[in-house]
Write a protein that binds this ligand. Sequence first.
Ligand SMILES: Cc1ncc(C[n+]2csc(CCOP(=O)(O)OP(=O)(O)O)c2C)c(N)n1
Ligand SMILES: [Mg+2]
Length: 671
Amino acid sequence: MDIQTLRAAHPDHWMRACAIRALTLDAVAAANSGHSGMPMGMADVATVLFAQHLKFDPTAPRWPDRDRFILSAGHGSMLIYSLLYLTGYADMTLDQIKGFRQWGHITAGHPEYGHVAGVETTTGPLGQGLANAVGFAIAEESLRARFGSKITDHHTYVIAGDGCLMEGISHEAIGLAGKLALSRLVVLWDNNGITIDGKVSLSDITDQSARFAAAGWDVFACDGHDPVDIDRAIVAAKASPRPAMIACKTHIALGHAAQDTSKGHGALTDAGQMAAAKAAYGWTSGPFEVPADIKRWWEGLGAHGVTAQAEWAARLAAMPVARRAEFERMFTGAAPAKLAATIRAVKKQAVADMPKLATRASSERVLAAVNPVMMETIGGSADLTGSNNTKTADLGVFSAEDRNGRYIYYGIREHGMAAAMNGMALHGGVRPYGGTFMCFTDYARPAMRLSAVMGIPVVYVMSHDSIGLGEDGPTHQPVEHLAISRATPNTLVIRPADLVETAEAWEIALTEMKRPTVLALSRQNLPAVRRVHTAQNMVAKGAYVLAEATGRRHVILIATGSEVEIALKARDVLEGEGIGTRVVSMPCMELFAARDEAWRKRVLPAGPVRVAVEAGVRQGWDRWLLGERGREAKAGFVGMSTFGASAPIERLYQEFGITAEATVATAKALL
Ligand SMILES: Cc1ncc(C[n+]2csc(CCOP(=O)(O)OP(=O)(O)O)c2C)c(N)n1
Ligand SMILES: [Mg+2]
């Protein structure tokens, strides 16, 4: 690659793009860590995108109708930090650039949502950003259909690297986007042929363009260092009626001694080589210095956005008051006022009917009441709609033909579904929930973890939550999955026992603003255990006394979900033998832990024998069994310590010893 030819062909563009390259070199050198090559290689593409296409307003970074720019190749974080600094996002000061990757700075190693406006999603785990973008584009289509293009009319641009495209999640994301014909989605592939281990050809010979085309995308290509060619490709990609991928042929670490090698991927800190690269660029400014005329040009780019934002705000203001209020509410993420009354009505009816229902079916009943009053919900399932009970009659199906539908057939794409839901939640204005079997949280987990890292309220509807699913056997029976979900910080795991608890669980999930919720739901029918109506949300307390001991309290049985029924039966037996027994329902450990000590002590007083009953592994339970003044000698656990087996449910509970008899025996042995 002849740098001098590039410089001469488009001298102004060249220096503007080199501002990104120089800042990247300086910041990575100062941090003595990071990734220089990707921003240096994609600087031209990013410059053209920001200058000629991206609709953004640095003074209103949360403007709902901005274009979304997603750096899926998150290791190249200095690319987005440079862009935000250059265009004048207030938070992205030069000090932040200088403090790249240091404690207390918003310029984290990989871009993190919430640190700085302009970073739309947390990236770094390769492929996630690309899959998030599918959700962003779905949210845009959905809101445009419902509120019109005067209010919602924007694109989602993604920069993805070879790594993003090699990751399995890309397959799910690309397939989903192709089927849904998400024409506002434009992926700019940093086609540099290099990854960490060496050339891409060491490990991959996929024809990426053919792959995208096969999934229903339009595919374009450009010279990723020629601003005219880049612009031509982006113009074409935007005009295409299908999602578009542009293969941008680039040189990693352009102009550096490490150009076109895997060395160029990482931190380029050699002072001599840095100086040589800058000399080749014609960049004479000192470290972290950007010539005033170049900085001014970058800052001027936002001006179009300022105007567009003001015009948009005027259109919003002109909307009928109620519709406008609804749009604004949906973007705050706050639930509609009607939700509380809707949940209360479901609970009242449940206590009147006392239905024997699987909690997955209870969940469907709740959704049938909630979806009509909460227009922002977008439901879906990874090809288990009938099993997860996620589709209610009113939703309609979101498709290329009907953008008004609010149900998504994600196909067998758990990971892609979870990442798309993250994108939807991040886009704002919609509230996604999606289902699969609890066991396949494993398939969705990298994206579920990112919901938690980012603190976004995605709802995971995970049915078939134990050996209680029966004949499908141990491959489908979750055992460790409750523990894994509970081990994930900033995640609510709720395992309701009946329709009332399920309604309360949904109320929590749909009013939560900063955490994902995992709803663990049973396949098998369960009796109603809440027999008296309370307006209060008892699940929100985490754990509560469901049945009190008569007389002196010798035993406390603590159970969740489908095992609450077993605990209640065990209580009957123990009480019959004169052993006073309390049953505590503990649908959500995280919420219980967050309650004050007084409440926790009231529910779990020190003294009695404690036995937990849950058809999962013990991990996670010891705080409630041994801590808070429990004692080893007085604590027992009835649950799973192996994988399950294939058999009818009754036999499985017998064989694995999760029964009222086993619970009674465990308790008595500890008395
Ligand atoms: C899921 C995941 N696996 C591995 C990594 C570690 N990693 C970071 S960048 C990278 C190579 C990516 O290659 P490419 O996307 O081509 O980036 P380039 O070298 O071109 O900048 C790897 C393996 C990661 N960040 N995420
Ligand atoms: Mg690469």
